[in-house]
Design a protein around this ligand. Sequence first.
Ligand SMILES: Cc1cc2nc3c(=O)[nH]c(=O)nc-3n(C[C@H](O)[C@H](O)[C@H](O)COP(=O)(O)OP(=O)(O)OC[C@H]3O[C@@H](n4cnc5c(N)ncnc54)[C@H](O)[C@@H]3O)c2cc1C
Length: 398
Amino acid sequence: MRSAYVDTNRGQVVVQAGATNGIVSDVMAPFNVAISQGRCPTVGIAGLTLGGGFGYSARSFGLTCDHLIETTMVCADGSIKVCNKDSEPDLFWACRGGGGGNFGINTSFTYAVREVSNVSVFQIHWQGVNACKAMLAAFQAIMPSAPDEFSVRIGITVNAAGAEPLATVNGQLFGSVSELTEILAPALSAAAPADQDIKEMTYWQGKDFLADLEGPSCYAERSRYVTDPLPSEAIEVIFDRLAQWPGGGSATAKLFSWGGAISRIPRDATAFVHRDALFLASFSVGWPTQTPSDGAQTELEWLNLTFDAFLLYTVAESYQNFIDPALIDWQTAYYGENLERLMSIKAVYDPTDFFQFSQGIPLPVGQRESSIVALEHPTWWKNPRGSTAVAPTISYLS
Ligand SMILES: Cc1cc2nc3c(=O)[nH]c(=O)nc-3n(C[C@H](O)[C@H](O)[C@H](O)COP(=O)(O)OP(=O)(O)OC[C@H]3O[C@@H](n4cnc5c(N)ncnc54)[C@H](O)[C@@H]3O)c2cc1C
């Protein structure tokens, strides 16, 4: 189920749930209309939308889920529900940030599109600790007053123990190269970049310029939101931790610009609660597939220590689409004060907890035990690999 089409009369793109970012872009491009999407063409539109969805246009357009005007779902009882602001409004609310795999199987999504023409895009590298620190400090001053049309991703990577860090900074402006250069000027003058590429092109050429086309790899990422510019001591923590990375594959500290249109939607208007951030911060490690398990463990230990060291400079919120098995406070970190309403919606639409996984929205406390008794899956529920009906493992948080 991967087809998609643009309805020019309604200003919508209608997408089946198996479509990827790449498919949706290819369908919209001939009409010069777009929705916010990430930079990786292989990411599925379903998971992206259900957990929020950000990309270089999100400060202008809002998140992928903010474009959503309707979705069709198959619920736990087998019923098909059309969800929009008038029909099943609670479920529609939950489908905008409540996370995939929690309430049913979404089969299609309808989004309101925005017209696009040209953008200015950039990719700039800074090499070495001092240059990277100066650049990072400059962006702390740039972002609080940056126009919505501007967006940036900062990635600072080390790929050998003790190696000099390399910052790859890229992004987009709905505006001209001269406007973009003006916004970037404090960072460009803070430290000389190793190289820079700044140019104007069509929105779709810009998408390709900024695309992440890396293949699958062994990888872990942990995220936290930042609401204020990072103080210099937080920047020191980032570089101290990169200097202590033991080596193996690579380690990256990232900041994704947030705010703009994302922040103009109230925290409770959709299930997506992270509306007040300045940056989404994350740390990631990647290691070659042939790495022995103790090598991977070393990478993960560094990741966890780095995440803990940085917590002081963040708010207790994490991005639900960077799902993080090591997160202890995941329920509130992903959903904040919206968790309670999500649990109530779960109780109405999935009272037997048919759709569950280790970080799935739980049923309200009083309903958890009774759901164990009542757990009778429809007879058509089959193990996808065979014909035997298998009930999913039941695991509840204490
Ligand atoms: C390489 C890479 C790049 C990324 N870049 C970005 C980015 O730029 N911006 C961003 O916001 N995020 C990004 N992400 C994170 C991405 O949003 C999440 O990984 C998202 O969950 C992917 O959705 P999926 O459908 O591809 O994944 P899946 O793993 O298939 O699904 C994710 C969850 O949604 C559920 N689900 C899937 N389909 C449905 C459906 N039809 N109905 C109900 N539930 C469903 C699954 O059960 C699962 O719980 C990236 C991830 C990767 C791996």
